[in-house]
Design a protein around this ligand. Sequence first.
Ligand code: ADP
Ligand code: MG
Length: 390
Amino acid sequence: MRHEERVKAAHAFTERFRRPPRVGARAPGRVNLIGEHTDYNEGLVLPCAIDRDTVVWAAPGEGRRVRIHSLTNGETAEFETGALARRGAWVDYVQGAVFALGPESVPGADLLVASDVPTGSGLSSSAALGVALVHALAALRGEPLEPRDAAVLAWRGESEFVGVPCGVMDPMASALGRAGCALRIDCRSLQVTRVPLAEGRAALLVADSGVRRELASGSYGNRRAECEAALAEARAAGIGAAEARSLRDFGLDDLPALERALAPVALRRARHVISENARVEAFCAALAQDDLAAAGARLREGHRSLRDDFEVSTPELDALCAIGDALPGVYGSRLTGAGFGGCSVHLADPERADAAAEALAAGFAERFGRRPPVLRAAPSEGASLLSAPA
Ligand code: ADP
Ligand code: MG
């Protein structure tokens, strides 16, 4: 959010809670460039934090009561830190943050949330909210968090308390992002490497297909189960190293054996994960050589693999990628996030990115009768604390 909007949110806090906030924290949304459905297979991902963020202002509250208001949805909620209970509503993210920090150690608090990350469209507003919340609550109790700890706590809040079967990638990207860089995250070791994104020569466009995916609903869990099953089949067939414990442990050279041994669905799921890990490496190598055409080609291959092997695309996402790939100035396109809806991401020439964004929206509208929001995202700094305005 722009500085003035953060200050406006701080004033809204003061008006609502009759005193100014004491601390604040901000955490950005993210877009994943490549490496999809690899996180829960202990593989590689390459997200970057974007220039849209969520701000949480906070002040000590009464007793052990937490009160929170969101300017995003206009709703207010409250709970006692000693009596957390899942409600199936957005306040669960707040309870989840308290849960992860340790309910007995979190003092009562008044909180106000504001954000310019679109919610529910795949840019990870949930991780932005979770990371901003744990930072703000920890700062309030006088124990600021390291970025990596904030990521893990936000992840535990969302996965263990809210009950969303999500990976650690989103909060890691939100907590550890760097301006101008993507983050190569090894989801097995949690090692993070910054990958400069051809600054000045590459722009990112994110188009929202408008189809809402529900992570908690079956499809995502199904894919996870299918990956487990593919691993079990591969092991039973004696393929790969004896100590293989996830699809991460297989490489492109295992594919011929897998093609002979696995049932069709298991093979397609495994082939996506194995080739996708290789594509993350190839994409990073292309960026290191400043070869944006090669990077774009990896994005297009990634989309085909998600569409045909992992089967998580939709006609809307396929159309956005096909329109993007046919435009001058677009190096490559793919769906981003879990799929089943959500957004597409396009690597573009900065000079032609605005025209490409317009052409994407117009081309999609021609086919589906509505213009999708297309935003230009800049790789941005991860979460940080904010001092309350005077
Ligand atoms: P995504 O993370 O892709 O935006 P999710 O479905 O994972 O989509 O998370 C969206 C949910 O997170 C919202 O429905 C809401 O419960 C919660 N949320 C995120 N940001 C906010 C916010 N600023 N205010 C209130 N709730 C929020
Ligand atoms: Mg989310």
